[in-house]
Design a protein around this ligand. Sequence first.
Ligand code: BES
Ligand code: ZN
Ligand code: ZN
Length: 476
Amino acid sequence: MNVKLYNQPVSSLNADLTLEFVTPAQFETHPHKTLLTQAGFKAEAEQLCTLHEHRLLVCAITEESNELYRSIMASALKAAMGYGYASLRVAITKENVNALVDGVILGGYKFESYKSDPKSTPLKDIMFANESAEHFEALESLFNQSVTIAKATNFVRNLVNQTPYDMTPQAMAVAADALASSNNLECTILDVTALEDEKMNAMLAVGRASINPPRLIHLAYKPANPKKVITLVGKGLTYDSGGLSLKAAASMVTMKMDKAGACAVMGIIKAVSELKLDIEVHAFVGAVENMIGGNAYKPDDVLRAKNGKTIEVRNTDAEGRLVLADVLGYAQENVKADYIFDYATLTGACMVALGPYTTGVMGHNESLKQEWLSAAEQSGEYCGNLPFNRHLKKLIKSDLADVCNVSSKPYGGAITGALFLDNFIDEDMKEKWVHFDIAGSAYTESAWDVHTYGGTGAGVRMSMEWLLKLNTQGNN
Ligand code: BES
Ligand code: ZN
Ligand code: ZN
């Protein structure tokens, strides 16, 4: 699908179908009010109506919020894709350009690599019209920025949606290497021997029973005079069977998505490099497969992580935090960053706490978390704060080792997961760290908002919003 912006009014663009957003007030004076009413259209929430005789697709918009524009644009696009039209035109403003671009590029996304006979849509051209004629350059740059970020989000979805057979830790390293070549990034891959040299025993233990050995991936984007240095860490479980604490059959399905944090950090560095931000970004990925076998790590094992702390394993399904413990350690040892953010499909408990659409935001720095909550809201992602407290911290104490990989109580699991990670954040980075639990938001089996079945690309849009703000703030 070609998505283009034109500096001319919508009526002057040559297209098969016109998309029009109509508020309840506009509906009252709409030239086709009678026809629309006959078709059952009432300008109520998220209603769509196509008047084929006028080549017009009308969408009700009950309030002019970007949240609604984003969702409705996605629904409208899906409807338009089902007709025989080749082109669609729609008016755009500086205010809704981001929402409409997301609606089209994210809403029109399909993953059909595993279909033998993918259905093609005749809809090829989406034409956005700048009605106001003024400030075209500002609109154009917002448009291009939104397109880049939405495409990076789809890049993440493509990675997440691949099967565990295709997207092994080794294949993730190949994908990272390809991204590095196309986007001029530095790329370092650590294999098992290198991980052993680095004493990353927690990560190695998780991957030991798999025939697909683990990889640590480090991508770096280094502009000439960076304003800040940012480290991103992603959980890359290419498959999470649970290990010996094996998941139940129904919970194991979808666990190819346990690499979504890793995919997100790759998507973020892709967008950052394409938008040429003045921010140095390092993306670290722990790519591992959690399997069963005679040599599998076990509940009762004690692991010594890279930073020297010992971990009592009581559940091999709490593996993401073990991988992250080592990758966080490696990242902090190798890069002195201004901020460190990790993205992980870490806990089912996060979904219990916040629902399936919302990313959990955790950390010690309240104002930094607030920045992220508003960046997420601006970007069209949902985030919720999950607060630490000193009592929850006691739940992961171990009688045997320095810390236990699971909580002694069945509640607050998303927070105790984050508090486990806190053990692997250096003292000077505590206030500069935020953990994102994307267990719910990273994957969906039913369409919602701009998302269709599969990976959602959670983390990319909100992170780009936060990073773009940092980029314009200068050296403070
Ligand atoms: N990858 C899962 C978390 C998850 C669950 C992500 C559902 C997406 C959907 C993680 O490794 C895990 O299994 N966590 C356990 C932790 C528990 C053993 C403390 C969980 O959530 O049950
Ligand atoms: Zn697990
Ligand atoms: Zn997992």
